[in-house]
Design a protein around this ligand. Structure first.
Ligand SMILES: Nc1ncnc2c1ncn2[C@@H]1O[C@H](COP(=O)(O)OP(=O)(O)OP(=O)(O)O)[C@@H](O)[C@H]1O
Ligand SMILES: [Mg+2]
Length: 371
């Protein structure tokens, strides 16, 4: 049997409960492509009414086949396919209700489901990339765990998921007997990466209601237990994708990370505005890479200028919650999976992040008391 036939047979065993048939008979699978070295790619037409776990089911069915080295599932909403060209001839006048239906959005965005077991949800965001969101997310999560809280961490950066690496984790999560995903765990923090679920290079679905549903369902499918804090390491930027992520995960508050540079604070300002638009309170500003301590003199060197974090905080009427110094051990710890807060708690940067964790707790308590 050829690999494509084997794939077709395997997918023929994956059921779509909504349609009470398998995904092949339901014509949900298109464009199966294979390479000689066992790479497989196909399109799954996933209707927003379908169970989003089908993405995982089809992937698992194919991954198990002998000779398959890689599986890429391109998810597409069948209702968002290109419309068929109009037939030639004179168009009949359209009834007003038909016209309204045509103009209405084809798929309504699903209302996010509250997940109280995640506890308080904090988005770690920035306008600009590379300012230290992932670094702060990881070290802050560990600092909160060390304060005795139960902490979950989600790497929501599907384009560059690097949190597992920063936490020293390489394995894929497993599934328990109740078919729930067991989060990975390191340094007392439970971790999951959206990269486990969503393929790269899918900007179209990343924005749409389907992806919101995927994330919502994915979060429900993970066996988190009861958490106190859930940290979301956001992808860089302030566009639609970030906005729908904030809305889908029902973020309770946000932290904005910036470096002291003007370009970074300008982007961070857009980040603050994004959260304001969706009425998510911003806890405050965190300035990262604030200075570097000259090892010979012990004096701080402002590598990226100074005062940017405070200027931004004043401009938007928020507090500057922390200034994290540069420390080569942070970068090194990120690359080797040994976060600074865990391995060198007495380093100045670790102390700043531990103090930040306490301020986050206070800020979240204050927000909870207000609502
Ligand atoms: N305070 C610091 N001292 C030294 N290096 C740092 C510090 N903060 C971050 N870094 C390093 O800077 C780089 C970028 O940090 P990080 O990946 O956390 O940023 P990011 O905002 O998550 O980036 P992206 O937008 O790509 O997701 C990493 O190599 C990290 O180790
Ligand atoms: Mg990052």
């Amino acid at each position: 049997m050829s690999l494509t036939q084997q794939i077709t047979t395997a997918l023929g065993r994956v059921r779509n409960a909504r349609l009470d048939t398998d995904v092949m008979s339901a014509e949900m699978v298109q464009d199966i492509a294979t390479t000689v070295d066992g790479k497989v790619q196909f399109t799954l037409l996933l209707d927003s009414r379908d169970d989003a776990t089908l993405v995982r089911d089809v992937r698992e069915a194919v991954v198990e086949l002998a000779g398959v080295t890689d599986v890429k599932v391109n998810v597409r909403d069948p209702r968002q396919q290109a419309p068929t060209p109009a037939r030639p001839g004179r168009a009949l006048p359209m009834a007003p209700e038909a016209k309204a239906a045509q103009q209405a959005p084809r798929v309504a965005a699903p209302t996010p489901v509250a997940l109280p077991n995640l506890g308080r949800i904090l988005a770690v965001s920035s306008g600009k990339g590379g300012v230290g969101k992932s670094t702060v997310s990881v070290n802050l999560a560990i600092a909160l765990a060390e304060l005795g809280y139960k902490v979950g961490l989600m790497d929501a950066d599907i384009y560059g998921p690097n949190i597992p690496l920063m936490m020293g984790l390489e394995q894929q999560p497993e599934v328990n007997k109740q078919a729930k995903i067991i989060p990975l765990e390191a340094y007392g923090v439970k971790l999951i990466s959206l990269g486990f679920l969503i393929e790269k290079d899918q900007p179209a679905i990343w924005r749409g209601p389907i992806v919101m549903k995927l994330i919502g369902q994915f979060l429900k499918d993970v066996d988190w237990g009861q958490l106190d804090y859930f940290i979301v390491d956001m992808p860089p930027g302030t566009g639609d994708a970030q906005l729908s992520l904030v809305q889908t995960t029902l973020v309770s508050a946000a932290l904005i990370i910036t470096t002291p540079q003007q370009v970074s604070t300008g982007d961070a300002l857009r980040g603050v505005k994004m959260f304001e638009r969706v009425a998510v309170p911003v806890l405050g500003i965190v300035e990262n890479m604030s200075w570097f301590e000259n090892p010979e003199t012990g004096k701080p060197i402002a590598m990226f200028g100074s005062g940017g974090g405070q200027r931004l905080a004043t401009q938007v009427g928020l507090e500057l919650l922390a200034q994290i110094p540069m420390d080569p051990r942070i970068a090194e710890g990120g690359d080797t999976g040994r976060p600074l807060v865990a391995v060198e708690p007495s380093a100045p940067a670790s102390k700043v992040i531990t103090a930040l964790a306490a301020r986050v707790v206070d800020g979240m308590n204050a927000i909870a008391a207000r609502s």
